[in-house]
Design a protein around this ligand. Structure first.
Ligand code: LLP
Length: 431
């Protein structure tokens, strides 16, 4: 299997960089998320270079929803990234991680007035998702007497090859304004007080393993950008979203590289903006591609049961990694303490949650499992911890980050007290 660059096998153990993952699990306990910062930085540089070799005015906005840990966002901020933020919470995380407001785009299809107020106060750009939202934003900005720069999210009505739950640019989705109505939306923005339209945004979906849909999205965007320019909008940026997929099936997936993505998208973008006579910045919002492969989830085998199948019952379930249960996603698993042993038995890695669907990986050929073995679940840096919960009364695990010979906690594990800390017993139950 082709491992991510940061992973290697030494003396039978899986390592991340110079760190033996078996030792890290012993030191920090399991379950444990381990993120390799250098892998994130390498991915960022590669993505950025692939695009900027075609066009100098490129900006990468990390999709903070993929991994909201401050240390991950800060690593990317220090490398020069901005962020796509989808809530006031993500906006605050990005600012606290050190990102500047002018590097942030506040996305979202259902913002509150408080969200809009925060956007105006902090001076981020807002991707507006409806005319109703435009008018609310204009009112908030007028009340604060502060101008806000906006984009509209275009619904490009594109079918894409991915899981239906994460195809975001279909005509039927809740996201964006139909392309046919976009001109009147920009006209309304030109007319609205304290609002300046400066950009255009779209997103077609996530985990897409084909570059052609992105080229189609760029074509739609460039065409609409030309029309919008003709009515007097001065476009400073076109943002074609994130979405480049990763090869979760490491044995078989053929995943496009950022270079292939750039070679498909940039000529379409460049031709389109030339036709429109404009030179806006080119923005993208990758989440998964930057961070997925940087992280492993380490989980310990509590018990082995040979029943209908061989189950290795581990201490992490869909409370910590919901992707397999939610999207039938595949994550490679490696027995970190027997990493050089050949596969001998079909093993199903089952989580501790009280639901039949709590299976991390089904029927994988692995070394014979024993109690105490350590399973590494690969490619869990995107939408892993970010989608975790306390379901079944399970405190969330710690996250650690490694870099060089250092390994530090970037989020402490929760305790039972944490489970209770936001709850209260109502007065009548105390009488
Ligand atoms: N920008 C916008 C507006 C988005 O909606 C998304 C993802 C991204 C950027 C980042 O897309 P990426 O480069 O990561 O594909 N929980 C799902 C993925 C949901 C993605 C939703 N939007 C999963 O675990 O597969």
């Amino acid at each position: 299997m082709q491992l991510p660059n940061h992973l290697s096998i030494k003396d039978g153990h899986l390592n991340s960089g110079t760190h033996d993952l078996v030792d890290l699990a012993a030191k920090f306990g399991t379950p444990l998320y381990v993120t390799n910062e250098d892998q994130i930085l390498d991915n960022y540089v590669r993505y950025e270079s692939a695009l900027s070799s075609w066009y100098p005015h490129v900006r990468l906005l990390f999709a903070a929803k993929a991994n909201g840990n401050l240390a991950v966002i800060r690593a990317l901020a220090r490398a020069g990234a901005g962020a796509d933020v989808f809530s006031s919470g993500e906006l605050n995380l990005a600012l606290r991680a050190g990102m500047k407001p002018d590097r942030l785009l506040f996305n979202g299809s259902s913002k509150t007035v408080a969200d809009l107020r925060l956007a105006v106060e902090t001076g981020v750009r807002v991707s507006v998702d409806s005319l109703d939202e435009l008018h609310q934003l204009s009112k908030v900005a007028s009340d604060l007497k502060k101008t806000i720069s906006i984009a509209f999210r275009v619904n490009p009505a594109l079918e894409v090859p991915t899981h239906p739950k994460i195809a975001t640019g279909l005509a039927t989705t809740k996201f964006g304004i139909p392309a046919a109505e976009i001109l009147s939306a920009y006209q309304a923005a030109l007319d609205a007080p304290y609002v300046v339209p400066v950009g255009m945004h779209c997103h077609i979906g996530s985990q897409i393993l084909d570059v052609e849909p992105f080229a189609r999205a760029a074509a739609v965007m460039a065409k609409v950008a030309g029309e919008v320019t003709d009515i007097g909008v001065d476009l400073e940026f076109l943002d074609i979203g994130g979405g480049l997929g990763v090869p979760y099936h490491r044995e078989t997936d053929v995943a496009p590289t950022p270079e292939e993505y750039a070679a498909a998208v940039m000529p379409v973008f460049l031709e389109g903006i030339e036709k429109a006579g404009i030179s806006p910045e080119f923005w993208v919002e990758p989440g998964r591609w930057l961070v997925a492969e940087s992280t492993v989830l380490l989980t310990r085998v509590n018990s082995v049961k040979r029943a209908y199948k061989t189950f290795a019952n581990v201490d992490a379930g869909f409370n910590l990694l919901i992707r397999p249960a939610m999207y039938d996603s595949w994550h490679e698993v490696i027995m970190a303490n027997k990493a050089d042993m050949p596969g001998k038995e079909q093993v199903t890695i089952a989580g501790p949650i009280c639901e039949t669907g709590d299976i991390i990986a089904a029927d994988r050929l692995l070394p014979v499992p024993e109690t105490g073995d350590l399973i590494a679940v690969l490619d869990t840096g995107a939408y892993g911890f970010a989608m975790s919960s306390q379901y079944n009364g399970r405190p969330r695990s710690p996250e650690i980050m490694v870099k060089g010979d250092r390994a530090e906690v970037i989020r402490r594990g929760e305790t039972i007290d944490d489970l209770c800390s936001t709850m209260a017993i109502p007065s009548w139950q105390q009488e």
